[in-house]
Design a protein around this ligand. Structure first.
Ligand code: SF4
Ligand code: SF4
Length: 195
């Protein structure tokens, strides 16, 4: 994560055509990636699953979430230099030998309308669209990017996805910073023993 201005890779300057081919690859961690969740994602999904009160959220966290390490580059408005902060965040636990998301069934998302922002934002994550190398690496994993046909996404649209993702990450970082990077204060329903 970074707070710097997003610069789109030249590869995407003219936009791209993309449509998901439902290969399910982005819903499988395969020891390479994580599916991050933020507060709105958790509340929306827990609400859909009817796990919205305190004990429901605890159950949701126990079953579906794990605590992982992350980082964010941040420069105070008047500071000359920024620094990279390391802290904790939440992601989906994976299941099965292929390390898939709990909600992936027959390569189809069972919570499609309520899926986390990170799922909706793919393949326009900031780290992908601002780096030619990352974009090429992810293209090898995503059939939709390989085929490169379907709905046209303009440069502005791609940027707006990446910016929205950055804003969510920045807001989470600021909330964590305000709470001395104590994830149990930010998410009181998390259990220290169970996660
Ligand atoms: S990796 Fe690409 S094609 Fe496969 S499910 Fe994800 S978005 Fe769709
Ligand atoms: S919530 Fe849906 S789209 Fe997101 S990782 Fe899980 S199965 Fe895939």
């Amino acid at each position: 994560m970074t707070s710097t201005e997003i610069k789109l890779s030249k590869k995407l300057e003219n936009g791209i055509e993309f449509s998901c081919q439902m290969c399910g690859s982005c819903c499988r961690g395969l020891n390479e990636g994580e599916v991050y969740l933020y507060k709105d994602d958790i509340l929306r999904l827990a609400n859909f699953l009817n796990l919205k009160d305190k004990s429901g959220l605890r159950e949701f966290a126990k079953k579906y979430l794990k605590i992982i390490n992350t980082s964010f580059y941040w420069k105070e408005p008047k500071a000359q230099r920024g620094k990279t902060y390391k802290f904790k965040t939440l992601a989906f636990k994976f299941t099965g030998e292929d390390e898939r998301c709990h909600f992936l069934v027959d390569n189809s998302c069972r919570v499609h309308e309520h899926r986390p922002f990170q799922c909706r934002c793919f393949p326009f994550w900031q780290m992908m669209v601002s780096s030619r190398k990352n974009f090429i690496d992810y293209t090898k994993k995503c059939k939709g990017l390989q085929i490169s046909k379907g709905r046209f996404y303009s440069k502005q649209e791609i940027l707006s996805w990446a910016k929205a993702e950055n804003k969510i990450e920045k807001n989470f970082f600021l909330e964590m910073k305000k709470n001395n990077f104590d994830i149990f204060k930010v998410y009181p329903f998390l259990s220290k023993e169970k996660l």
